[in-house]
Every structure is written in C-alpha cells, then in structure tokens.
Design a protein around this ligand. Structure first.
Ligand SMILES: *Cc1c(COP(=O)(O)O)cnc(C)c1O
Length: 412
C-alpha cells in the first residue's frame, strides 16, 4: 500500500513485472516462483539489522532473535543436505563458490571444472571470471558422441593433472551427475570434491536426484532455483573445512549477512522437508521427460538424447535456426527461455545452437505432463517461422490463456 503512494513509479513497474510473470510461460531452467511465505520473510523488518559474525559471536548488540533464526537455517540446511556444517550467509551462488574456493585453495592452484560451453558455470573456470583468473584451470568436457560425462576419461585426465580440486554440478547438463563416481576420481588424484548443486538442489532435497552429501567435501548451492527459496546461496561442508569456510565468508569476503534472506532460507528449507516437496521434485522430472519426448516428436534433436533431471537442451540447428533467433521468436510467443551453447557448438557463445528449457517454474504453477504436450506443440509452432509476427501474437494469446489456468499467487 505505501509503495504505491510513496513511489508510484517503482510500484507500477513491479506491478507490470508481476503481470508479465503471470501471463507468460517461464521455461528458464534456473528460475522459479518463491512462495508467499518466502516473500514475506524476505520483505520483513529483519532487513533493518546488522549482525556481522555468527550466532553467539556477533560484532553488534541486539541479535537475540537473529541468532535463533540463523541457527534454525543452519540446522535445517545441514539436515536437508546431509552435511555436518552449513554456512547460510553467502549472497549468491557465485560468492559461495568464491568463498569455498578460497577456503580450499591458494591462488594459482589447479582445479578442474566442466567447460562453460558444455554446461559448466562461469565460476567453474571461465577466463572472464575470477575463477579463471585466480586459479589454473584444466577443464574437462563431455563425450562428443554421447554428449554426456565420460567418467573414465575424466578419471584419466584427473590422474594426469592432479588438481587440488574437482568441481562437479552444472548449469546446462540434462543428465544425472554421479557424485559417487566423482568421489572415486577425487580420491584417485588426491583432490577435494566440490559439488555445485545450484540447479538440482530442489531435486536432491526432494529425493529426485542422488544426494551429494555422502560424497562431497564441500557443497555450494543457490537457494532460488529448483529449491524455490529466496535469492541467495549456502555452503555445506565436512567438519574439517567448517572453520575455513566460515572465515572465508565472514570476514573473508562479506560484511553483514542479509538476515531477512536468512529467515527466508530457513522457510525454504522447512518447505523442502515436507512430503509435498517430494511430489514437487518428482513432478519436475516427469514434466521434463514429457516435454523432452514431445519436443523430440516435433522433430527436434535433443542434446544427449533426452533428460534425467529438470532441464533439456534443444538443438535448434536441427531445424535450421540458431539460439538467438529461436529465443526471440519464443519470447514474442510468450514462451520465456534462454539460448545456450551445445557441446562442440559451431556458433559463437552469444548466439549458440541450443535452447535450454527447464520445468521447475511451470511445475510450481501446477502444470503436469498433459500441459507439457501443449507446450511442446506451441514451442514447435512458434519456431516454424521465426519472422511471422502474427503467428507469434496468436500463440502469445494462447499462452496467456493457458497460464490463466495456473495462477502463481492466488489470482490469475
Ligand atoms: C546459477 C549457478 C551459479 C551462480 O549463482 P548466482 O546466484 O547467479 O551467482 C553457480 N553455479 C551453478 C552451477 C549455477 O547454476
């Protein structure tokens, strides 16, 4: 009510964004809709507090309740992901990786991560990112034929390279990550294993992907993707890394924690422990499989031939398009997604040959397999002629009508 009065300009843009979210189909694999209780905690008076330090060891007075909130978040995170130590203060997935790397490595140390253009994240060693600038990067890739991780090949490479750390967990990899295999690889070359589960944290929490907890030295994850919490991240670790990780976060790289976000993280972990969340996670995967099958039936080639998780990579080159053209056509049709490189892509990264699609957000809205068939049909029709504005505007209306049946926050 007061935002509307005090700053109508910002208010009206927030309203417009809400309407956009309601009217369009969100297939961005890293996005979701935070539930109202998470928004409520994020928008609470906890934003007023300073609490540098950790529960019981703060540099400011007045942290009686903040301490209890952070302890709740820590205990829930530990339990949810099965690791003894949790730091719930990192502001983002990238900061969490920065902090975890600094705790386990010295500048110039070697680490192995998946190539960015084959599904890795910027923070896994890209030369434009701190990770590629502070450390010596030896990237691994996916197999050219299967477009999947070849654990034997990574084992051979790791034995030769002897990295200080191996990073697994990805942004655009549609298949199961076998953390147990990565543990064997890390053990064989004496490396730390860092599992960056940002994309699949919700699947792991809901039992729809194998857990990383039993295998990792350190886990980093965002809380806003499939986990459906506030924007932010956490770090989980084995007992022996606890101290260094905590020091690395504060005072190493951050000042005061975002206490309102800590509370929202606690709420998110609570939600993720409920039986409904198991159903949610398994429905995400069912939807991704249904979407993959229906899109393949429309004649598109899927990277690796399908999906085991929440996302699929569609090779739009197989229909004579590129990622940029396809993304724009789909956006005009109300289908929001992002272009992506595919393994061994011949296009520049800014263009890409792929479209990445994910089902966490659509599943939150209540969509099931039968809607995925409708979505695949609209996806395919929108790409029949990427220049046909009338066609896209027709599909846009259909999308809007469909989304009206799956409200986000109560009303359509
Ligand atoms: C999204 C993501 C990140 C980074 O998260 P930000 O909060 O955007 O900084 C890190 N690693 C992986 C694997 C991701 O998917």
């Amino acid at each position: 009510m007061s935002l509307k009065k005090k700053d109508p300009e910002v208010f009206s843009l927030v309203e417009k964004e809400l309407q956009r979210q309601k009217d369009t189909l969100d297939l961005i694999a890293s996005e979701n809709y935070a539930p109202e209780e998470v928004l409520e905690a994020s928008g609470s008076v906890l934003t007023n507090k300073y609490s540098e330090g950790y529960p019981g060891k703060r540099y400011y007075a007045g942290n009686e309740f903040i301490d209890q909130i952070e302890i709740l978040a820590i205990e829930r995170a530990s339990k949810l992901f099965g690791m003894p130590c949790a730091n719930v203060q990192p502001h983002s997935g990238s900061s969490a990786n920065f902090e975890a790397y600094r705790a386990l490595m010295k500048e110039g140390d070697t680490f192995m991560g998946l190539k960015l253009d084959q599904g890795g994240h910027l923070t896994h060693g890209s030369p434009v990112n701190f990770s590629g600038q502070l450390y010596n990067i030896v990237s691994y890739g996916v197999d050219k034929d299967t477009e999947q991780l070849d654990y034997e090949a990574i084992m051979e490479q790791a034995k030769e390279v002897k990295p200080k750390m191996i990073v697994c967990g990805y942004t655009a990899y549609p298949r199961t990550v076998y953390f147990d295999r990565f543990r064997e690889i890390a053990d064989a070359c004496g490396a730390y294993l860092l599992c960056d589960i940002a994309h699949i944290a919700g699947l792991i929490a809901g039992g729809a992907h194998m857990p990383a907890g039993p295998y990792a030295d350190v886990i980093t994850t965002t809380t806003h993707k499939s986990l459906r919490g506030p924007r932010g991240a956490i770090i989980l670790a084995k007992e022996e890394h606890c101290k260094l990780i905590n020091k690395g976060v504060f005072p190493g790289s951050q000042g005061g924690p975002l206490d309102h976000i800590t509370a929202a993280k606690a709420v998110c972990f609570h939600n993720a422990m409920q039986p409904e969340f198991k159903e949610y996670a398994s429905q995400i995967v069912k939807n991704a499989k249904a979407l993959a099958e229906a899109i393949a039936n429309q004649g598109f080639r899927l990277v690796s031939g399908g999906t085991d998780n929440h996302l699929l990579l569609v090779d739009v080159k197989s229909k004579g398009l590129d990622g940029k053209i396809a993304q724009n056509a789909l956006e005009n049709a109300g289908i929001i997604c992002n272009r992506n490189t595919i393994p061994y892509d011949t296009e520049k990264p800014f263009v890409g040959s792929g479209i990445r699609l994910g089902t966490p957000a659509a599943t939150t809205r209540g969509m099931k397999e039968q809607e995925m068939k409708i979505v695949a049909e609209m996806f395919s029709r929108a790409l029949e002629d990427p220049e046909d504005e009338a066609l896209h505007s027709r599909i846009n209306s259909e999308v809007k009508e469909l989304m009206g049946k799956f409200p986000i926050y109560g009303s359509p």
